[in-house]
Structures are given as structure tokens and as C-alpha cells.
Design a protein around this ligand. Structure first.
Ligand SMILES: Cc1cc2nc3c(=O)[nH]c(=O)nc-3n(C[C@H](O)[C@H](O)[C@H](O)COP(=O)(O)O)c2cc1C
Length: 181
């Protein structure tokens, strides 16, 4: 049987990036928990192509490959920075190009980074409904990392560590059940 495929999608537009680090960390943890293989796509790497792709049929081969990987993964780890109170625009644009039938039942970990704890609700109020639209299986534990939650050495506060551990366990259980049929 092939290894589980864990796909991360990140919405940050600059480097270095806390969003990128958090996505790397979560994808790595899910891969370790499942024996799966992880890959991460950052929208900034596809910015120009992505921005001018208004319809899926016009996606270039590189972008099409990313979209196919998102649509066929075993676990999707979606991590966006909070921009102006919501998810990053290019992150949403990438998701807008995903086939509306192909994320159904797929385990999704929804996560965001932001400056202010006041915007932690983006995960439950924007990310969760976005993936619920697709009928995806968004794990109960949402992850939000505010400015003080990850330090310069990438140490996470206990509450963030607990949220990551719970989400990883929930996604691993769901992907194992999906494999078992
Ligand atoms: C254009 C822009 C808008 C932002 N808007 C918000 C916001 O509304 N709320 C918030 O908490 N942080 C906001 N931030 C801060 C980022 O969400 C935060 O620094 C995030 O962790 C950046 O992730 P990165 O390191 O991956 O770029 C904004 C940052 C930028 C660049």
C-alpha cells in the first residue's frame, strides 16, 4: 500500500514566515504519526500564475499539478496568515480553483497565524466554513498562533502545542479509518 499523502497549503506572501514554519511543523507531525509523506505548497511560489488564473481550465501545468495534489491527498493541512481580519486572498483564490466535489470526506487541519489573539476566530469562523462547503472532514481542533504563541526559537506555548497535538491525532485517526474503508 502506498504511503499516506499529506499536503500542506500555506497563504503567506513573505519570508521568513511563521505560517510556513507552522505548516512545516504540522505536516511533519502528521507524517510522523501516520508514516506518510508530506509536501507543502506556498501560494507565493505560484503568485503570478495563480493571480491570472480565473478558471481551472486555464491553469498552467505546474499549478494544475498542485491543485490535483490537493484534491487527491489523504490529509490537507491548510495554514493562512490573517490578513485584514480574514484569510490571505491568494490562499482563498487557490482554494477557489479546487474542484468542489473532490475534498468531500477528506481530513483537513485548519490553522492560521496572526498578530492579535482577537483574530483567532478566523479558524472557526472562516476556515472551517470554507472547508465545510466542500464537505471536507475538518478536524475538531483548530489551530491559531498569535504573535506571542511561537517564540524566536520556534518554541510553542503549551496551549498551541496542545492544539497541534490534538489536531494531528484527529487527522491521523481519520486517515487511518479512511484507509481501512
Ligand atoms: C497585509 C497584512 C494584514 C494583516 N492583518 C492582520 C489582521 O487583521 N489581524 C492580525 O492579527 N494580524 C494581521 N497581520 C499580521 C499577520 O497575520 C501575522 O504577522 C502573521 O503571523 C504573518 O505570518 P507570516 O510570518 O507567515 O508572514 C497582517 C499582516 C499583513 C502583512
Amino acid at each position: 500500500m502506498s504511503a499516506l499523502r499529506i499536503v500542506g497549503l500555506t497563504g503567506h506572501l513573505t519570508l521568513p514566515s511563521r505560517t510556513q514554519w507552522l505548516a512545516d511543523h504540522i505536516v511533519g507531525r502528521v507524517a510522523a504519526a501516520t508514516g506518510g509523506e508530506g509536501v507543502i505548497y506556498s501560494v507565493m511560489d505560484y503568485g503570478a500564475d495563480l493571480g491570472r488564473t480565473f478558471e481551472r481550465k486555464h491553469a498552467c501545468a505546474q499549478l494544475e499539478a498542485v491543485l490535483r495534489d490537493i484534491e487527491t491527498c489523504d490529509v490537507l493541512v491548510a495554514v493562512t496568515p490573517v490578513y485584514k481580519g480574514g484569510y490571505a486572498g491568494l490562499f482563498k483564490h487557490m482554494i477557489d480553483l479546487v474542484d468542489m466535489k473532490l475534498l468531500a470526506g477528506r481530513p483537513v487541519i485548519a490553522a492560521a497565524t496572526g498578530y492579535s489573539e482577537r483574530h483567532g476566530g478566523v479558524v472557526d469562523h472562516l476556515m472551517r466554513p470554507l472547508f465545510a462547503f466542500f464537505g471536507a472532514d475538518v478536524v475538531p481542533s483548530g489551530i491559531f498562533a498569535g504573535k506571542a504563541d511561537i517564540d524566536e526559537q520556534h518554541q510553542m506555548v503549551a496551549s498551541l502545542e496542545a492544539a497541534v497535538a490534538a489536531a494531528v491525532q484527529q487527522a491521523a485517526r481519520r486517515s487511518a479509518m479512511a484507509r481501512a474503508g
